[in-house]
Write a protein that binds this ligand. Structure first.
Ligand code: DC
Length: 232
């Protein structure tokens, strides 16, 4: 169902709980723009890895900050995927930002104040005209505290690790279930404990635990809330 009133839908929550899949489905249903803010933090991490600002898993925060002015992030809609692909300095980065190497360093990179300032400003600009579904960790608390609909997503850590494992092995990545589970747990901890914009549920967010819900069930759950808001 479409409605003329365009709103901002903020989806925050733990890693690998299907935020992007859910956000993408909502955007397609409503004709909204979907913005995956995690992809932006991953893109900065990828660039920092390529430029040597991260070595042997050690993030040199000062070096990352120095690189920031030369990182140009853009999105271009890919009709086949039904979502936007991310580009770093004009080069397609979509596939390269989802490796375990990037996943292992992205929490540290995303805890750097200057990185957050740059990306939050970009995100606010992208959602200025409303009509966006944005997923991340701080959308309902920092990026769009005035979002009309805030959803906080969560799912059991084991279920999330199984999903991520299936995704990566389907792509041919050689990973073990143990390292994925460890990465999921350590990222949850890092995301919740960082000093700047930690992951937390906004007071006015509604919780969606999708451990045992299908995408269709999640969509039905969402539409009920959405319709209540737009009819006001
Ligand atoms: O959603 P994701 O797993 O692709 O996000 C990658 C990392 O980026 C995640 O570990 C935390 C960080 N992130 C963030 O700090 N703030 C956001 N709005 C989105 C992601």
């Amino acid at each position: 169902m479409e409605n003329n009133k365009k709103i901002v839908i903020a989806i925050d929550g733990f890693s690998s709980c299907g935020k992007s899949t859910f956000a993408k489905a909502i955007a397609a249903r409503l004709g909204y723009i979907f913005i995956d803010t995690g992809a932006m933090y991953r893109a900065v991490t990828l660039y920092a890895l390529e430029q040597g600002a991260i070595r042997d898993g050690e993030v040199d925060a000062e070096a990352v900050v120095t690189l920031l002015p030369e990182i140009n992030i853009s999105f271009s809609f890919n009709a086949e995927r039904g979502a936007s692909d991310i580009y770093v300095n004009g080069e397609l980065a979509e596939g390269r930002i989802r490796t375990i190497e990037v996943s292992n360093c992205v929490s540290k990179v995303s805890s750097i104040r200057e990185v957050r300032e740059k990306l939050v400003a970009m995100q606010q600009q992208m959602g200025q005209k409303r009509g966006v579904v944005m997923d991340g960790r701080d959308i309902g608390t920092v990026v769009f505290p005035d979002a009309e609909l805030k959803i906080f997503m969560t799912a059991d850590a084991q279920v999330r690790a199984e999903r991520r494992y299936a995704e990566l092995t389907a792509k041919g990545d050689k990973v073990t279930m143990e390292e994925i589970l460890e990465n999921v747990i350590s990222r949850d901890k890092a995301d919740m404990e960082r000093a700047i914009s930690p992951l937390r549920q906004a007071e006015d967010a509604v919780v969606l635990d999708n451990s045992y819900m299908s995408v269709d069930e999640q969509m039905a759950w969402f539409m009920e809330r959405y319709e209540e808001i737009v009819k006001c």
